[in-house]
Design a protein around this ligand. Sequence first.
Ligand SMILES: Cc1cc2nc3c(=O)[nH]c(=O)nc-3n(C[C@H](O)[C@H](O)[C@H](O)COP(=O)(O)OP(=O)(O)OC[C@H]3O[C@@H](n4cnc5c(N)ncnc54)[C@H](O)[C@@H]3O)c2cc1C
Length: 441
Amino acid sequence: MKKVRVIGAGLAGSEAAIYLAKNSIDVELIEMRPKYTTGAHKTELPAEFVCSNSLGSMDLLNSSGLLKKEAQMLGSILIEQAVINSVPAGNSLAVDRTGFSKAIDEIIKNHPNITLINEKYDEIDFNVPTIIATGPLTDEKLCKNIKEVFSEEDFHFYDAIAPIVEKSSINFEKAFYASRWDKGEADFINCPMNEEEYKNFYNILINAKRAPLKDFEAKYFEGCMPIEVMASRGIDTLRFGPMKPVGLFDKRIETSFKKNQFWAVVQLRQDDKIADFYNLVGFQTNLVWSEQKKLIQSIPGLENAIITRYGVMHANTFINSPKILNKHLQSKKYPNIFFAGQLTGVEGYVESIATGLFAAINIKKYINDTPMITLSNSTMLGALIDYITFDNHKNFEPQNSNWGILKEIQLDKKQMKDKKLKNTIKKDRALKEIENITKEI
Ligand SMILES: Cc1cc2nc3c(=O)[nH]c(=O)nc-3n(C[C@H](O)[C@H](O)[C@H](O)COP(=O)(O)OP(=O)(O)OC[C@H]3O[C@@H](n4cnc5c(N)ncnc54)[C@H](O)[C@@H]3O)c2cc1C
């Protein structure tokens, strides 16, 4: 049986290992946890969601929804398991993180074609076909080795994690269940604020002490900006961002939406299947823990909140993919070596899973001496890969799925203004291409 080595049993690595094993390839899966830690992972389990438990919208007219659908059609086991282990979250796919990782753990441990080795991988072996999927928190020694062999500089930015609280400690005299615009089930817990409460919260936030960042100047990914950084952009930034009150009302008080009912609202999303824990939506933070407690307990409804996980911030490493990789996610210089996941410069859970699957499909073709697949930038996954391997960027920055990276379509001026129509046509075009490619796989 042919053999592939997969480094890292995170989201991309687990997806890749399971795909290859299911396709009769002998997989050596090397994962450094639990012997060594990344600082952000909390369990010994594979495919751990380090922060939010949300995989974004399920709506196919949403870029993340389209990417998930493409990955599903290509045979993603992780997306399948995410759906099986989902928890209520309106139109989004949110996951019971422990249930999900345990399911992946069982698949990996029970598959006869996978050998799991809990060791740290420090140096690339160019003789073995390998997928490197060690993520944004790749261990230092391997980072050093990658830099040396590919003659590259450091690439990194910062990402933050949001806190989680115990539901039993939430005061439901103030907090209420609702979904925005009353769509679907009332899955979110909402903590409303009036103007005075918001100002008090804001003052605590902007005066709170931040944990020191390490060696380099802070550079954040816009989609995962800490609340204290957002708040420093102006008093209303949070009110028009993660704390926006529009479309939310407390049915115990009002019978319908009322303009300006609340000045701001903190939303909490279910974090586990039995709904014991809730995470604060958009509240990724790097404040020192005592200040986080003070801030969270200043939120109406969370006065006595028991915090089971505090927010933390981490450097997030990625390689210079435009120089290093071709459109199969294969190293240009060392054809046995493929990369996948966030380390390639894609950003996000679904993006990491999808690139893990794509690298696995191609390494299988590569070792079998059959032509590898490419996806055009009419598909969301193809557009992402196109973006990270396009070698003419002025500044290469990580990228998540979005409509802007997809190839444009030809429509008249009036039609171009109709975003829904435009995205529907793009979505249909993408799914058609994926459907065709599944026949090739
Ligand atoms: C702090 C933080 C918060 C994030 N929050 C979100 C979020 O809320 N939503 C979102 O969509 N995305 C988020 N991301 C981005 C990204 O989606 C996740 O990091 C995702 O887990 C990346 O998947 P991956 O498979 O590339 O890496 P990972 O899932 O991190 O897997 C990499 C694995 O490799 C292992 N490993 C590392 N080095 C070695 C080595 N030398 N030898 C052996 N094993 C090794 C690690 O232990 C880990 O298990 C966050 C990232 C960070 C850093």
